[in-house]
Every structure is written in structure tokens, then in C-alpha cells.
Write a protein that binds this ligand. Structure first.
Ligand SMILES: *Cc1c(COP(=O)(O)O)cnc(C)c1O
Length: 373
């Protein structure tokens, strides 16, 4: 293999089709601020995702920041250490203290049974992540939130079109936040969204992402600039035409990995969950050093030698970054499940145009390393 293979490669629609959209933008000279394509994309995403309201954002991180503002979250928020760092950063930027709680082994999402022990009089919300697009135990989380009067925000940045028993996971919680970054299943170069369930909240989110303007001369909140522009929105409209095909291709790659990794001692993976329609955003494997004979980092380095650049999502844990030191909940030994998984995880390449010959090489390497040679 000559070309470098990365863990993902963005899906791109045909350029000539995109040029048609660009021509319209050039003619209209309407570049941002709730333009035609922006409005159209919000509508089409509502239909595609099966949700009531979509507010588009320039990226997922700003959508997270704004979601916390929209619900007036303060004090402490219970969250997972096993995610991309932006999940907790959004709390810090709002002067909210992240309180980390351990994950459950089966889904690697926040363990509902451990949430209650982390609740204090200052707790106002739970910020959970559907990691790798695998849905959280939303029923249990809702029960706990209702008992304690907490809000629930889902970081759904790995989740595009995922359904549980036919119900879109984006419909759970008070708000869900999406990312349309280049590395995600559906991208608008960069981009993001907040999903909400009533018109008043949609209105509030939309003014917060536009400096807090409630009218031409009225500003009712210290809002931010987090608007998606027309060039991104047009790209998103075009991407939407091809996203089903992209997810179908991911599904085939996912199944192929599962089929061929079966039986390699010390290597486990996450199968599809019963009743769930997945989006196949990542393909994590877990290397158990004792059984495999080598550790995760060894495999990571060896795959680099054949130009395959895997990623250790999520290593280290957010709670292990220097930026989070000093938090009591981040102390070593507090989250045994997350602390173990972060040492074993390795995300293998998965994207629609990935070659099966590359997958065969990766699997072949895993078989060789695993044999103890
Ligand atoms: C990608 C991602 C984000 C951040 O989204 P951006 O669009 O890159 O700002 C937040 N949380 C999770 C879990 C992510 O994967």
C-alpha cells in the first residue's frame, strides 16, 4: 500500500452539482443569516431525521455551548469522560463544573446506575453522549432526570439518523446536539445543529446563535455568532441526497469487519445493538493485552508501518487531560470501566470509499500480531 489510509475520509458529492448551488449563491449575493439554502436544509433535515425542529450551527462545539445557554444550565453537570474533549469544554466555557461519572461496559455510554451517586444540590443537568452512535439508555436517564428535576442534553455528534425501535434518538432529552464536521457521517465541511421539540425553544436557540437579537433593535441575551452560512448549507443539501448510500456502504464495511475479526483472541468489537438502526460512524476494536499478547499501542504503531493511521478514540479520557486536573471526579481509580477501555480502544478506518483490500490487510495484521509471533 502506498497511499496513507486514515480512520476516515470525508464523503464528497459531485463537484459539478455543487457548482450549480454556488452559482445561485453568487447571483443572490445572500451569503449567510438564514438564507434560502439554510431554511431549506433545516426543513429537509427535519424530514430526514424525523425531528420537529433543527437549528443549524457553524459547528458542533458552538451548538453545545449554545444548548447549555438555551436551557440556562449552571452549577454542576454530570457528564462522561469517554468522549471527544469538546463535550466537557462546552461546560467550562459556560462556567459549569463537569462532574465525571463512569460508563457502562456494553455501550461505553454514561452508566445510568452510577449517575445518582454524583448528583449534588448544585447539579442542574446530565450531558450524555451517544458514543460511536450507540444510543444511551435514554429511558433510565429520563427517569433519574425527572426524579431530581434535571435537564438532559445529548451530545449526538456521532449520531446521524440513528433510530431505536423506529424512534429517532434525537427525540430524546431536552436537546440534542449534532456535528457536521468533515470527519462525521454527514458533513457540511464544518457544521452542527441543535434539535429541539417546541417552537419557543427553537426561537430562543435561533436568537442565541445570532448575538441574541430578538428584533432589529432588541438584544435580549448575550448571544454568540454561530450561524451556518449558505455555502455550507448548500453543501449539506447536496450531501443529503447521497447520505443513505454512504451509510449503506459503511454498513457493509462494518459487517465485513465483524465477520472477519470473529475468533481473533484478545480482540473484541461492538456488534450492532438489537432494535437499533445504526449509522456506522466508527469501528472501534478493543485489544486485551493479556489475551492478545501485545498491547493497543503496539498495534497502533505496527499499522502505521503499513500506512494505516488508526485513532485511539477516546484516549486519554477527557478527565485525564491536564486541563481537567484538580477535579475530584477526575481522580484516578474513580471510573474503572472508562479507565480500562481507554487503554484498549483503537478505531479502525471506516468510510464509504474504503477499499476492501485495505481492510483485508488490517485484519491480516491483527491475525499475525495476535498469534504471538
Ligand atoms: C465532533 C464532536 C464534537 C465537536 O463537533 P465540531 O463540529 O467538531 O465542533 C463534539 N462532541 C463529539 C462527541 C464529537 O465527536
Amino acid at each position: 500500500m502506498n497511499d496513507s489510509i486514515f480512520v476516515t475520509q470525508p464523503s464528497m458529492p459531485p463537484l459539478d452539482e455543487y457548482v450549480e448551488y454556488l452559482k445561485e449563491i453568487w447571483e443572490s449575493k445572500w451569503l449567510t443569516n438564514n438564507g434560502k439554502f439554510h431554511r431549506q436544509l433545516e426543513k429537509e433535515l427535519c424530514d430526514y431525521l424525523g425531528v420537529k425542529y433543527v437549528s443549524l450551527f457553524s459547528n458542533g462545539t458552538l451548538a453545545l455551548l449554545t444548548a447549555l445557554q438555551a436551557l440556562r444550565i449552571t452549577g454542576e453537570v454530570i457528564t462522561t469522560p469517554y468522549s471527544f474533549v469538546a463535550t466537557s469544554h462546552a461546560l467550562w466555557w459556560n462556567n459549569i463544573k463537569p462532574v465525571f461519572s463512569d460508563i457502562e461496559p456494553a455501550t461505553l455510554n454514561l452508566d445510568p446506575e452510577k449517575i445518582e451517586a454524583a448528583i449534588t444540590p448544585l447539579t442542574t443537568a446530565i450531558l450524555a453522549v451517544h458514543v460511536y452512535g450507540n444510543p444511551c439508555n435514554t429511558d433510565r436517564i429520563k427517569e433519574i432526570a425527572d426524579t431530581y428535576g434535571l435537564k438532559v442534553i445529548y451530545d449526538a455528534c456521532h449520531t446521524f439518523g440513528v433510530k431505536v425501535k423506529g424512534v429517532p434518538v434525537l427525540n430524546f432529552g431536552d436537546l440534542s446536539v449534532m456535528s457536521f464536521h468533515a470527519t462525521k457521517v454527514y458533513n457540511t465541511f464544518e457544521g452542527g445543529a441543535i434539535i429541539c421539540h417546541d417552537e419557543a425553544m427553537k426561537k430562543r436557540i435561533d436568537l442565541l446563535k445570532n448575538f441574541g437579537f430578538a428584533g432589529e433593535t432588541t438584544v435580549i441575551a448575550p448571544g454568540i455568532n454561530a450561524k451556518m452560512n449558505e455555502v455550507q448549507a448548500a453543501f449539506g443539501l447536496l450531501q443529503l441526497k447521497y447520505v443513505d448510500e454512504a451509510i449503506a456502504k459503511r454498513k457493509r464495511i462494518f459487517s465485513y469487519y465483524c465477520q472477519h475479526l470473529k475468533g481473533i483472541k484478545g480482540v473484541t468489537y461492538m456488534d450492532e445493538m438489537p432494535g437499533v438502526e445504526h449509522c456506522y460512524s466508527y469501528f472501534p476494536v478493543f485489544i486485551n493485552e493479556g489475551e492478545f499478547g501485545r498491547n493497543r499501542d503496539y498495534v497502533y504503531e505496527e499499522l502505521k508501518k503499513i500506512n494505516v493511521y488508526t485513532r485511539r478514540y477516546f484516549y486519554p479520557l477527557i478527565s485525564q487531560f491536564p486541563a481537567y486536573r484538580g477535579l475530584e471526579s477526575a481522580a484516578a481509580g474513580k471510573m474503572p470501566v472508562a479507565e480500562k477501555v481507554t487503554e484498549e480502544v483503537l478505531c479502525l478506518p471506516i468510510y464509504p470509499d474504503l477499499n476492501y483490500s485495505t481492510i483485508d490487510s488490517i485484519i491480516g495484521k491483527l491475525k499475525v500480531f495476535g498469534s504471538g509471533s
